[in-house]
Design a protein around this ligand. Sequence first.
Ligand code: AMP
Ligand code: MN
Ligand code: MN
Ligand code: MN
Length: 322
Amino acid sequence: MGVEFNTHPGTAIGAQRPWFSLADMARVRPRLCGGILIESATMFSRYDMHAHSTASDGSLSPSELMRRAHAAGVEVMALTDHDTLNGLSEAAAQAQELGLGFVPGVEVSVTWEGITVHIVGLGVSADTEVLRRGLEGICEFRDWRAEEIGRRLARHGIDGAFEGARAYSNGQLISRTHFAHFLVEKRHASDLRAVFRKFLVSGKPGYVAGQWAELEDAVRWIRSAGGQAVIAHPARYGLTRSKLRRLIGAFAEAGGEALEVVSGSHSRDDFYTMARHARDFGLLASAGSDYHGPEHPWIQLGRVPKLPDGCKAVWKDWHLSH
Ligand code: AMP
Ligand code: MN
Ligand code: MN
Ligand code: MN
């Protein structure tokens, strides 16, 4: 199966965490129609529009990610690595072999009014110069930032962090996740979440403020590459309602098309709140796990809840071809 976008070809994958309690599960009654379990009876989305591979800070290779998504029952999968398109061709080839729909994507790091915001691009064509050059610019800052994080941790008494993070990155871009793996290995904290809290967030010794892309540029690059721009995990930025609405307004004004209503880092209340924001701004809705690998067991592939009723899915005009 492949996914055809209006202007360019794509192909597909998916993932998730336990938003649903056992009590919820018991309430959902699968409906049988002539012996066939009809699709609407399941609580999980067939689409997963947000996931990472070893091309950025995920722990599965693009092929492994596609195989796992397929095995988990995902039908249309996106690969959306941070600031790189490097994993897309491998993922597309594996998805095609599996008969899995594949959506070539990216998650662009943006600085908006002093905060870091992530903009997912779905259905991007990987050979678009404008997008490639934009991402290269971001990665130059990433390279410098990685060295700076290393210097700051060294001043804090932790040696070899840059080299350690680089070793975890396998020659691909270096993210804070790679530093986190190194710091856990060296027992500076017990797990990835704890290590972020202790070292890698604002006010902590290994934190370097982002200087990422402009919001308008990120949207423009994605659109130039034939893609649709989506604000990733909008509930995760800790913004007040009015500031979040300002962000959404600026994003829509710039040509952004969708909000990630369902995300691995959203609560169920967040789904409904973000669905309302999407409706108010006339935006489409996306759903994605933000899967990074099996070492984050609270997010599993194949377990992305469906969009709330009334949402217009970002994939509504895509044509699934078999
Ligand atoms: P970077 O883009 O290099 O600044 O890294 C951001 C990535 O770090 C995110 O995409 C997450 O994968 C990861 N991350 C950020 N905050 C946390 C956290 N509190 N716990 C675990 N991973 C985190
Ligand atoms: Mn990440
Ligand atoms: Mn993100
Ligand atoms: Mn992500």
